[in-house]
Design a protein around this ligand. Sequence first.
Ligand code: ZN
Length: 406
Amino acid sequence: MEFQSDSISVSSSTGLDDYNDSLIKVNFLDGSSENFHVAWLRDSCRCSQCVSSLTKDKKLNPADIDLKQLKPTEITNDGVTLKINWIDDLSSSNYHQSCYNLSWLQLFKGKFDGLSDYPADGIYGPEKIIHTIAWNVETIKPICEVRFSYDQLMTDESTLMNVLKGLLTYGIVFICDAPTEKETILTIARRIAYERTTGYGSTFDVVANPDPNAHFSYSSAPLELHTDLCYRERVPGIQLLHCIQSAVEGGDSVFADGLYCGQQLQLNEPHLFDILTKPVIFSFYDSQRSIWFRQKWPIIVTDETNTKTIKEVNLSYFSMRAPLLPANQMDTFFTAFRKLFNYTRSSCNRLTLKLREGEVAIFNNRRVFHGREGYPQNEQRFLQGCYMDLDEIQGLYEKLSTKSNH
Ligand SMILES: [Zn+2]
């Protein structure tokens, strides 16, 4: 096929597709349209020269796209596929053809504002989005009465899927009838993916330690609601707690939904909410290894959209250091933190339950707060825990749900 390098021939069965000012107007069958930038289109070419068909890795380096050279020479839109022939200097022939599925392109309609969420196209975002449900005690009680059996989790794929789905939706699930041997927690973690090793090792034991220098997590005292390891460069996304020995008296576990508490603050006190979305310092001295860890995170992490959807919550007064703010903002910060913390202390929001021996709580450590009630010092209470990465949960759920759809 012959074409002239400096003229654009446009043909379309669904309407005129314009090209000007680096934008190509693409008309969709439903009568709507979107302007796509040529650089985005060239960078999003899915041909085998540009993307590896097996790994989906990009082979085209966008640094090699020279906007002064890049030029569409022919654009066709048959209502199903948009084809663009390019003049570019990326290939030896100085010619490249890109084909885009219109139904894929349509998913990006209205998304080029720098604020929108990524579309559920299977590449930018999972095809099936799991919507989170924020909870208080009333909403979570009936949900968490459903315990997933350890044996079923280990052997049955649909149980595994339901565990992952529960975690993605509510941020917490409970397993029952697990063996009460140590390291069982690793068997569960490895059923899903793998454990995340930290300074505590691959697992950690939550037992009352008589050493007065031990961190107060390792005592029989009550423990306020918190998330773990906010001072690390990547806060673990998932925590598993396995009850090996339960206290007869006291020692109940407490959980609250940071998403719900954050949303309450956002709704009721938006002027206070904003200040908690600014980063603060979390720092921690690992006395066993004599190492400091320091990291800056917002207490409430929101996305960039106008609605400021809450993505994560980091709550750890043990390691949070007072922010450096002018006086009026200092007032706002401490008032806001107090308000947020009061939501976690309200009995309407606190799910309090005694983990029985063989029960395991799995929860999103960047969303769900955990703590415990105190217990008499002579009680023996032993929980073993470990951490995992949250994206392993999301990835495995996406794989299993895609598989079960086909
Ligand atoms: Zn290509």
